[in-house]
Design a binder for this molecule. Structure first.
Ligand code: ADP
Ligand code: MG
Length: 343
């Protein structure tokens, strides 16, 4: 029997779209911390408590939201970050789609406390997309968002959650990526009262790397700094003997956004020429700055995939930068230098 076509309720539509942005607890953490970064915070604390239901808390000292706009932040496609289609060609913020808060609030219990430090602070609870009433709250500048009972009303999604340990590993990976892209922000992660990461927020990438991996690794990294008219790169590349079994240790951050891009990873590996053992991959952390109009971040809702207008040029720039840096270190014999490139 065929059922008549009918429009889905907003609530159901929201739950469906939420699936594109919020896959697991780590997606909640990513979206909340990105909002804190976009709000110019200098300090962001992430607290994970594994009680009966996991609680995720993100506390920032950013711009906050004025009381009369708090509800709007939870409305789909409501954003303060872009206003016209041309803005899509010059994205400077991590968010811009206005989807994260309404998505999270449609499939979890959310409490937001926020103040711009001028107006009185407010607190708002949203549960399953249902807005509560605003309550007065402390006026410390910044925003705290508490999310609990993720997927409480979408049991089919909750079934896909892995063990608390696996989810914590994903959260940690997410925080590490955000911290690497933002050494100027003091970012901390605590799990059940235990410190997992704490960065100093003094803009020192080396210090962030030391905190995430360990200080031993720092000794095996070479600093890289190079700029052309089109690209600026700053970061660290591992000496060829510092290898890993997976490509996951190649971290590329473009305009503050941690990106996954197979071609750029290949270009990085190519920079090592034949210096890497077969089946091994280098450890690389590079922050790239490029003209935002040459970068399309609006490819998928989580924005980890990007399209680059000059992606071949950027690849060559990376390969060249790395091979030159290794050559300088006398690690690549001159004779091999011209035939570099193994992809
Ligand atoms: P987006 O980040 O794409 O704009 P979100 O749904 O994540 O969409 O957030 C909606 C809006 O709420 C943001 O544009 C911003 O104005 C506001 N907001 C969210 N989180 C914060 C925060 N931590 N501090 C200040 N403003 C925030
Ligand atoms: Mg956002």
């Amino acid at each position: 029997m065929v059922t008549a076509i009918h429009e889905l309720s907003t609530r159901l539509a929201d739950q469906i779209s939420a699936g594109e942005v919020i896959e697991r607890p780590a997606s909640v953490v990513k979206e909340l911390v990105e909002n804190s970064i976009d709000a110019q915070s200098t300090k962001i604390d992430v607290v994970i408590e594994d009680t009966n239901h996991q609680v995720i808390k993100v506390i920032d000292n950013g711009t906050g939201i004025v009381p009369e706009q708090v509800e709007l932040a939870f409305r789909r496609y409501a954003t303060s970050k872009i206003s016209q289609s041309e803005d899509l060609t010059r994205i400077h913020s991590l968010g811009f789609r206005g989807e994260a808060l309404p998505s999270i609030a449609s499939i979890a219990k959310v409490t937001m406390q926020t103040s711009d430090g001028i107006h009185p602070g407010v607190q708002l609870q949203v549960m399953g997309g249902q807005l509560g009433t605003k309550q007065p709250a402390a006026s410390r500048r910044g925003t705290t968002v508490v999310v609990s009972d993720l997927f409480y009303n979408t049991p089919h999604r909750r079934r896909y959650l892995k063990s608390a340990n696996t989810e914590l590993a994903k959260i940690t990976e997410t925080i590490n990526q955000l911290a690497l892209g933002h050494p100027q922000i003091a970012i901390s992660l605590r799990h059940n009262q235990k410190e997992v990461l704490q960065t100093a927020g003094r803009g020192n990438l080396q210090q962030v790397i030391g905190g995430i991996y360990n200080n031993q690794i720092l000794k095996q990294l070479l600093a890289v700094d190079r700029s052309t008219d089109d690209f600026i790169v700053h970061g660290y590349i591992g000496k060829p003997e510092l290898t890993r079994a997976s490509r996951n240790y190649i971290s590329l951050i473009i305009n503050g956004r941690y990106v996954r891009n197979a071609d750029l990873s290949k270009a990085v590996i190519a920079g090592y020429g034949s210096k890497l053992m077969v089946g091994r991959f280098p450890m690389v952390i590079l922050e790239l700055t490029i003209d935002p109009s040459r970068l399309d971040v609006n490819v998928q809702p989580t924005k980890q995939a990007v399209r680059l207008l000059d992606h071949q040029e950027l690849g060559l720039f990376l390969t060249e930068t790395i091979s030159q840096r290794l050559q300088k270190q006398n690690l690549i014999p001159q004779a091999l230098d011209n035939k570099v490139v193994r992809t």
